[in-house]
Design a protein around this ligand. Structure first.
Ligand code: ATP
Ligand code: MG
Length: 585
């Protein structure tokens, strides 16, 4: 592995992982075995109204994973039907995130590519007597809808003639009416036990510029209609979504079946004219449980508020559960995929412990990250028996378990930085590190002893002076002499000063969504989630490219910050500690 390529810059895993047998993959297997499908097609359908978070990663790994495992394809489709909240910034970031996770989409589509086909589909429903233009206000619609225990009432506009409906719909499309003045509603069943089937709106009037279609449309399709028809148009075989859409499935099927793009080439002609292939088919919606993780909020609204209220440092703040944030924190694509695999796919809602996420990162970086030495809270140790200008270069292997990482040269000299917490003037019981008069092994350099503790006027230890046993140098017989502890160090003359950002969980409670006692997630922010210190790193860490991850020996896994790191002014983010420090809390 070359040193300057990010060891975590990943592609889909090379080694074939064990076959996954969740219920969705079982359905896919059966559909292929029975000949129901000869090729699998999935899609990941984000709405570009915010940045993707780790919950979306579960859906991405599922959709792209299945396509990959069953020789199928997966589209990336932006469900951009709500122009007021959508932005090209999100469209770009989402593509970046999917690629970063190691996946390649078959086609990049937008629901807005299909606006002409949706419009024709709506006209077909009107012509077939299955949709009508309704003049009820939003409030009236709500009052007519009924409740879980009471049936709804039919709109007084429900029995308009096909001609009148076609005329009104054309005028909606022409921009004649104000926002909210009318809707186009599917004519299904106001007495249905499923409220989604009580004549749901399928088009609304909204005079808003769209990030993709500009001012071409003053009406926009509703999500359920557009989403189902988008899947149908693309020939998606398995439309995978989260459980809250289970109640929407009957409406999904209603839209697909009643429009039936596959049976009516005139409806899809606008797409063909625009250069898209004809690929309409009947998709099947299958729901799975969403990912929930403790110590985290995942609603886009709350993530947005964290950013706009400056409670974090933007969408890619390394404490954010966004993919941009996790990436900047040092999470590797391989760790994200490993996490998704561990969490698995089911219909059971559950809360995943944050430590599962951290564990996946530790596991990946343990094998993928080269080792370096860095001192986070420095204390000087002067080895007085070495000559003033003493300087040498020691060979260190880059990975204790993997020779392919090779080795590097680490400068060693008379003055070292060691970790302040590796010295105790009055050691607690069981202490294995440095004490006055005691010995310690300096990793790869020999055995040292502290003879003199220098303090400032306030009594703080400012420097240690000691001696390096000349018989204990690497390769000498004395090097094997038993001493209690080994500590890491960097040569003061060669080390590069670095900004070290010690990140921890953003929230200090398991359930920051808890709003009892008038609290909000803002009240649960962990004040210790970000601590910035100035430390020293060995030269081979400083020169690393941004996004290179290392294990700083004995300290944790760190990544060279994607934005701020440079060889002259290194900036490292702590991705995760070496061990789980929360389990005991
Ligand atoms: P909102 O509806 O508030 O915009 P969303 O999280 O549903 O937010 P989408 O952009 O609609 O965002 O989601 C895209 C896909 O990701 C959907 O298929 C959705 O089901 C899936 N998804 C979103 N959140 C999670 C989650 N926590 N776990 C698993 N899948 C998720
Ligand atoms: Mg959504």
């Amino acid at each position: 592995m070359s040193e300057n390529t990010a060891p975590n810059a990943g592609n889909a895993p090379e080694a074939a992982p064990a076959e996954k047998r969740d219920f969705i993959r079982q359905i896919v297997r059966e559909d292929l075995a029975s000949g129901k499908h000869t090729a699998i097609k999935t899609r990941f359908p984000p709405e570009p109204n915010g940045y993707l978070h780790i919950g979306h990663a579960k859906s991405i790994c599922l959709n792209f994973g299945i396509a990959g495992e069953f020789a199928g394809v997966c589209n990336l489709r932006f469900d951009d039907t709500n122009p007021a909240k959508e932005d090209p910034e999100y469209v770009a970031a989402i593509q970046d995130d999917v690629r970063w996770l190691g996946f390649a989409w078959n086609e990049l589509r937008h629901a807005s590519d299909y606006f002409d086909a949706y419009y024709l589909a709506a006209r077909k429903l009107i012509t077939d007597g299955k949709a009508f233009v309704c003049d009820l206000s939003a409030e009236e619609v709500r009052a007519y809808r009924g409740s879980l225990t009471e049936p709804g009432r039919e709109s007084p506009y429900r029995n308009r003639s096909v001609e009148e409906n076609l005329d009104l719909f054309a005028r909606m499309r022409a921009g004649e009416f104000a926002d909210g003045a009318r809707t186009l509603r599917a004519k299904i069943d106001m007495a249905s036990g499923n409220i989604n089937l009580r004549d749901p709106a399928i088009y609304r009037i909204k005079h808003v510029e769209h990030q993709n279609t500009g001012n071409k449309w003053p009406i926009y399709p509703m999500y359920d209609f557009a989403h189902a028809l988008g899947d149908a148009l693309e020939g998606i075989t398995h439309s995978l979504c989260t459980l809250e859409f289970e109640d929407h499935r009957p409406l999904y099927d209603w839209c697909v079946d009643n429009v039936n793009f596959a049976a009516d080439d005139a409806l899809t002609q606008p797409l063909v004219d625009a250069g898209f292939p004809r690929e309409a088919a009947k998709p099947r919606q299958i729901e799975f449980s969403r990912l929930n993780i403790n110590y985290t909020v995942m609603s886009k609204r709350k993530l947005m508020a964290l950013v706009t209220e400056n409670l974090v440092d933007g969408w890619d703040d390394p404490r954010m559960p966004t993919l941009q944030g996790l990436r900047r924190r040092g999470y590797s694509p391989a760790a994200m995929r490993l996490f998704a695999e561990r969490v698995g796919i089911s219909k059971q809602n559950s809360l995943i412990d944050f430590s599962i996420l951290e564990g996946a990162l530790r596991e990946d970086l343990d094998s993928a990250a080269a080792r370096r030495m860095a001192v986070v809270e420095p204390l000087k140790l002067v080895l007085t028996n070495l000559a003033d200008g003493h300087e040498e270069s020691l060979t260190f292997s880059n990975h204790p378990k993997d020779e392919s990482f090779g080795s590097r040269q680490v400068p060693f000299s008379r003055e070292l930085w060691i970790e302040r917490e590796d010295f105790a003037e009055v050691p607690p019981k069981g202490w294995k590190r440095l004490v006055p008069g005691g010995e310690i092994r300096l990793r790869g350099a020999g055995i040292a002893r502290v003879d003199e503790v220098i303090k400032d006027d306030a009594g703080n230890v400012v420097e240690l002076r000691g001696w390096l046993d000349p018989e204990s140098r690497p390769g000498m017989e004395g090097a094997n002499r038993k001493v209690k502890g080994t500590i890491h160090w960097v040569s003061a003359a060669h080390a590069v000063e670095a900004e070290i950002r010690l990140y921890d969980r953003l929230f200090s409670v398991e359930n920051p969504d808890d709003e009892s006692e008038g609290k909000t997630y803002r009240d649960y922010l962990n004040p210790e989630s970000r601590k910035v210190v100035s430390g020293y790193v060995e030269p081979a860490a400083a020169i690393a490219a941004p996004e290179t991850a290392f294990q700083f020996e004995r300290t944790g896994y760190f990544v060279a910050d994607r934005r701020d790191h440079s060889a002259d002014k290194p900036v490292f983010n702590r991705a995760v500690t070496l061990r789980d420090t929360w389990a005991s809390k």
